[in-house]
Design a protein around this ligand. Structure first.
Ligand code: IMP
Length: 193
């Protein structure tokens, strides 16, 4: 065990400025869950979560979907650095189950340039889905390079690098219970995800 040092809070760092607090996030996610429950009544939506960032959102969202649901996970890596996507997407962990004939709801943490979701949408459409919709917690409309149809959206946010509620910077801050702008972001980018 390392020697005890004075505890430094991960949640109250001076580098973080809260953008969306926990209560606001939870309230909005409950509304999204209710909307999805209404829209998918009589079906079993198949929720596909984009790892790793969307897991916290998924966990909160499914608790507000009052329907039978099934889950699967996909992990993608975008070439580029930690704060900017290059547009080239690679699947690093594929789905466990077939999407054929399913009502797929793609669950994403943040829609930025749109390149990742554009790639995934086309990829999923080619797998014979019955229907395909996107739910994203956050949307940065000012950075869009490719138009992606969003069926359900939590919040529009300005063009700032945000962390928390699953979103990371070099794998850090995913555990924050709120969304914060990360100030003083390092000019030297850490390794890509
Ligand atoms: P897109 O392909 O540019 O839309 O980027 C989507 C992915 O980039 C997200 O799933 C995140 O992993 C990452 N990303 C984009 N903006 C942010 C941010 O502000 N904070 C953390 N990750 C981000």
């Amino acid at each position: 065990m390392a020697p005890q040092t004075e505890r430094v809070s991960e949640f109250y760092s001076p580098d973080l400025e809260v953008l969306i607090d926990e209560a606001t996030l939870k309230r909005r996610i409950a509304e999204l869950g209710a909307e999805i429950t209404r829209d998918y009544a009589g079906t079993t939506p198949h929720l596909v979560c984009v790892l790793k960032g969307a897991v916290v959102f998924l966990a909160e969202l499914i608790r507000h979907i009052d329907l039978p649901v099934t889950l699967d996970f996909i992990a993608v890596s975008s070439y580029g650095n930690a704060t900017r996507t290059s547009g080239e997407v690679r699947i690093v962990k594929d789905l466990d189950e077939s999407l054929a004939g399913r009502d797929v709801l793609l669950v994403e943490d943040i829609l930025d340039t749109g390149l990742t979701l554009n790639y995934l949408m086309n990829n999923f459409l080619s797998r014979g889905v019955k229907s395909l919709r996107i739910v994203t917690l956050l949307n940065k409309p000012s950075r869009r390079l490719v138009e992606v149809p969003i069926a359900y959206k939590g919040f529009d946010i300005p063009d700032a690098f945000v962390v928390g509620f699953g979103l990371d910077y070099a794998q850090r801050y995913r555990n924050l219970p709120f969304i914060a702008v990360l100030k003083n972001i390092s000019v030297v980018d850490p390794p890509a995800r």
